[in-house]
Design a protein around this ligand. Structure first.
Ligand SMILES: Nc1ncnc2c1ncn2[C@@H]1O[C@H](COP(=O)(O)OP(=O)(O)OP(=O)(O)O)[C@@H](O)[C@H]1O
Ligand SMILES: Cc1ncc(C[n+]2csc(CCOP(=O)(O)O)c2C)c(N)n1
Ligand SMILES: [Mg+2]
Ligand SMILES: [Mg+2]
Ligand SMILES: [Mg+2]
Length: 335
């Protein structure tokens, strides 16, 4: 397998299609026909989402292995299914490959995808393979299922609800900066941050759990909590008040931020790509959720308030400032 030219489009697909089905019971036809044929679970709502990763915009092949890229391409999509309270089921994967791409790179890309698909019982049931004149592009679309009663949208937050996040925030953005700066291997604190950036774990189990526990709105944190809080506030027609001192930060992020000359909060609020979840819930239900699951990796970071208050951040000194949606934006560099 020396080059894509020798292998050809169809030779490559033949290699890639091995070990792509993890739940045979829901796939009638997988890779190999004009369309996949799937058996949905009766009475479940179908979810469908897609996210694309573009070389130099979302990843740099000098700091990301093909395996890690494959893992992340699926993870970012599973994260959107998690944010609806659903279980992921099937994926289609499209790749645009420069002519010079070594076939091994594509095989390793698929190994990373197959690993996370196996972990979350997702089937790769199709895709598309094309050539690209400039850089590698990978687009994934994923289906999921959710019981109608457990569906969580961005639009259900109510004044009085608590605002809660899973995991820690800001690690991924700091990891990206360490990767870009190079020589991150010299620092003990770098590994968990770099890992958070390269191979984020989608919070599928937690998403389903908090959905069943009565979350009123939910979003995954792809562009930064400042951006997602504004999205929930606008979809729900409410205000949101976040407390800077309550945002969960990894100990390693604090060390890295000191080294990189920024505050950890900058990464946490605006960094993006954490792929944690932010959700809102009536306080009594949140207390019951914590009582039943004392070890749950969740942190209350704020409250839902009336729309008139807008989206604000209360700093450690009690000062209130407007929290702008200053997360990652592909076309705009916000202030
Ligand atoms: N080119 C497009 N055509 C149609 N719908 C789109 C397009 N781009 C985005 N959308 C839709 O707009 C909404 C917001 O998309 P967005 O990509 O911001 O959400 P997300 O996937 O949760 O975030 P991220 O891409 O940062 O992970 C979604 O409903 C998405 O399906
Ligand atoms: C090489 C390189 N440069 C910059 C970034 C940062 N970055 C790219 S997209 C994005 C937000 C989510 O994207 P989307 O809204 O498309 O899902 C972020 C924070 C990166 N990961 N790699
Ligand atoms: Mg998207
Ligand atoms: Mg999302
Ligand atoms: Mg997304």
């Amino acid at each position: 397998m020396n080059s894509l030219k020798e292998l050809g489009e169809f030779g490559l697909i033949d290699v890639l299609k091995q070990d792509t089905i993890n739940d045979h019971s829901s796939v009638v036809v997988g890779i190999g026909d004009d369309a996949a044929v799937l058996l949905p679970t009766p009475k479940q709502l179908q979810l469908l989402t897609t996210d694309m990763l573009v070389e130099s915009v979302h990843f740099d092949l000098t700091t990301t292995t093909p395996w890690q890229l494959g893992y992340k391409a699926i993870a970012v999509n599973l994260s959107d299914i998690a944010a609806m309270g659903g279980a992921p089921r099937h994926a289609v994967v499209s790749v645009a490959l420069p002519h010079s791409t070594p076939p091994d790179l594509v095989v390793n890309l698929y190994k990373g995808m197959k690993e996370i698909c196996h972990e979350f019982c997702v089937n790769i049931v199709g895709g598309d393979t094309v050539s690209s004149p400039h850089g590698l592009v990978i687009n994934v679309a994923v289906t999921g299922e959710v019981e109608p009663a457990n569906l969580v949208r961005r639009s259900g937050a109510q004044p009085g609800d608590v605002v809660v996040v899973t995991g820690n925030l800001g690690s991924s953005a700091a990891g990206l900066e360490l990767l870009t700066a190079g020589q991150w291997e010299d620092y003990d604190f770098a590994w968990p941050l770099v890992t958070a950036h390269l191979t984020p774990r989608p919070q599928v189990k937690l998403g389903q759990l908090v959905a069943a526990a009565g979350a009123t709105s939910m979003d995954d944190i792809s562009d930064g909590i400042a951006s997602e809080a504004n999205e929930i506030a606008s979809a729900s027609q409410v205000g949101i008040r976040l407390y800077a001192g309550q945002i969960p930060l990894a100990a390693e992020l604090k060390e890295a931020a000191a080294k990189l000359g920024k505050t950890p909060l900058d990464y946490a609020l605006y960094g993006g790509e954490d792929f944690q979840l932010v959700f809102t819930m009536e306080p009594g239900k949140y207390a019951a959720l914590l009582a039943a699951n004392p070890e749950l990796p969740v942190t209350k970071v704020g409250e839902v308030v009336d729309a008139g208050e807008g989206v604000t951040l209360v700093d450690q000194a009690g000062q209130v400032q407007t929290l702008k949606a200053r997360g990652y934006n592909h076309f705009r560099q916000e202030d």
